[in-house]
Design a protein around this ligand. Structure first.
Ligand code: SIN
Length: 484
């Protein structure tokens, strides 16, 4: 942290109602590449969470009454500050999360892009007029901010997952309380510092950092003054949080787990497919819910694809994300690395073969980029969300077979396929039961596009013009007595 240009970005307290709150107990934030403590921060709990909700409720009156233009100007300031501080924010992110510095800076730009996007989109919250069933009436539809929004966000994108939710909420006129993952709180607190510098009023954006996940989670899901709850994380935790939200009938949006198929047909541009698989699988060391989880390759091209893919993955350089030339960092914890290693070992026991990697070469948190062949769809490496740098390759013969295999999962977040046959492109795109489909493309996430899943991968959409809907109420006004 010594190398930060602006040391004021390193915050150690929760940010509530425009001020920094210390607590007696503390949490250590560690660097996943070295296990060294990079910061010790205050450990907030239920009381601080209640304070943050009260602050957000109070600030809602003022923030929702501002014009969309006024909110947009402040959000644009926030975007500018994030981009001006991209180097420092990237460095903080790498130190707490582990991803390579270039990728971390990319995440800052990705997160900031949501703030920029929604700063503009907030000006386009249009209502409607509807022809009434009788001449003495008029039907008008207006959209209003839903109220206080609570969010719980994950460690894999400590900046962008907050930005994607907060930007839509603030643009719609809502106020926001977030509990970032305690493994990666520093990015969230740096965002709060910049929100304050940008002029976002006290109480509009609050960050509560605490390790009492259950207690804080209960406040954020059950508090009567919170109108909407949004979560990015695992499907198992998402289900629990949805059930907690039921007691106050909160609107929820959930970005949950995935098991993305990546299908390569024999008419594909194989080099393009190799590049697509590389980026969609090994981004963030495979710790992304849209990461490729299963690679399906048509049988007659499997040797050609696998040979080129192994050669490309061999070029990845594993190491500390702050070191030059590193393209893939550590897993978030040793436990996470061990979980992935177990999926590899259990699948090998069932017949999978290591084509590359398969071992833990640099120490406890590091997993070598791995490719497994001879995999079937029911092996542990294929029917679990891997969340690590492992590519299982499964062969198939025809379209119907691969569609059935690809859809044979409870998840429905992202899918990818490579083909140059226009008829096949439409058949597969329409047949995949996934909320997002990359067609001849391995990177699909951006602020202009609707991010979200089907089935048990969640509900609601983030980013894009659809991303505001979750933060707005539709109100119908019926104007009567208009007869002369
Ligand atoms: C996620 O892993 O939750 C988000 C990934 C993305 O936005 O691309």
């Amino acid at each position: 942290m010594q190398n930060l240009k602006d040391k004021s970005l390193l915050k150690k307290f929760s940010y509530i109602n425009g001020s920094w709150h210390s607590s007696e107990s503390t949490i250590n934030v560690t660097n996943p590449a070295t296990n060294e403590v990079v910061a010790t921060i205050s450990n907030a709990g239920i009381d601080e969470t209640n304070l943050a909700v009260a602050a957000a409720k109070n600030a809602f009156k003022l923030w929702s009454a501002k014009s969309a233009n006024e909110r947009s100007t402040l959000m644009r300031n926030w975007f500018n500050l994030m981009m001006e501080n991209q180097d420092d924010l990237g460095r903080i992110l790498t130190l707490e999360q582990g991803k390579p510095l270039a990728e971390a800076k990319g995440e800052i730009a990705y997160g900031a892009a949501f703030i920029e996007w929604f700063a503009e989109e907030g000006k386009r919250v249009y209502g409607d007029t509807i022809p009434a069933p009788s001449g003495d009436k008029r039907i008008i539809v207006i959209k209003q901010p839903i109220g206080v929004v609570a969010a719980i966000t994950p460690w894999n994108f400590p900046n962008a997952m907050i930005a994607r939710k907060a930007a839509a909420a603030l643009a719609a006129g809502c106020t926001f309380v977030v509990r970032p993952d305690v493994q990666t709180p520093l990015s969230a607190l740096a965002m709060a510092e910049l929100a304050e510098k940008a002029g976002i009023p006290a109480g509009v954006f609050n960050v509560v950092v605490g390790d009492d996940a259950i207690g804080i989670g209960k406040v954020l899901t059950e508090h009567k003054d919170i109108a909407k709850f949004t979560f990015t994380g695992s499907t198992a935790v998402g289900k629990l949080l949805i059930s907690q939200c039921a007691s106050t009938v909160k609107k929820v949006s959930m970005e949950l787990g995935g098991n993305a198929p990546f299908i390569v047909f024999d008419d594909a541009d194989i080099d393009a497919a190799v590049t697509g698989a590389l980026v969609s699988k090994y981004r963030n060391a495979g710790q992304t819910c849209v990461c490729t989880n299963r690679i399906f390759v048509q049988k007659n091209i499997v040797d050609k694809f696998t040979g080129k893919f192994v050669a490309a993955v061999k070029e990845l350089s594993l190491g500390d994300g702050l070191s030059d030339g590193v393209s893939i960092g550590p897993m978030i914890t040793e436990k996470a690395a061990n979980n992935v290693q177990k999926l590899i070992d259990d699948s090998i026991a069932q017949g999978a073969i290591i084509a590359l990697g398969g071992s833990n070469s640099l120490g406890e948190n590091f997993l070598t980029p791995t490719i497994l062949t001879n995999v079937t769809n029911n092996m542990p490496i294929a029917n679990n969300e891997i969340f690590g740098p492992v590519s299982p390759i499964i062969t198939f013969k025809g379209e119907d077979e691969v569609l059935a295999l690809a859809n044979d999962t409870e998840y429905g977040l992202a899918a990818y396929f490579y083909s140059r046959d226009i008829g096949r492109v439409w058949r597969i795109a329409e047949g995949l039961e996934y909320g997002m489909v990359g067609i001849n493309e391995g990177i699909i996430s951006n602020a202009a596009a609707p991010f979200g899943g089907m089935k048990q991968s969640g509900n609601g959409r983030e980013g894009s013009k659809y991303g505001l809907d979750d933060y707005l109420e539709i109100k119908y006004l019926c104007m009567g007595g208009l007869d002369k």
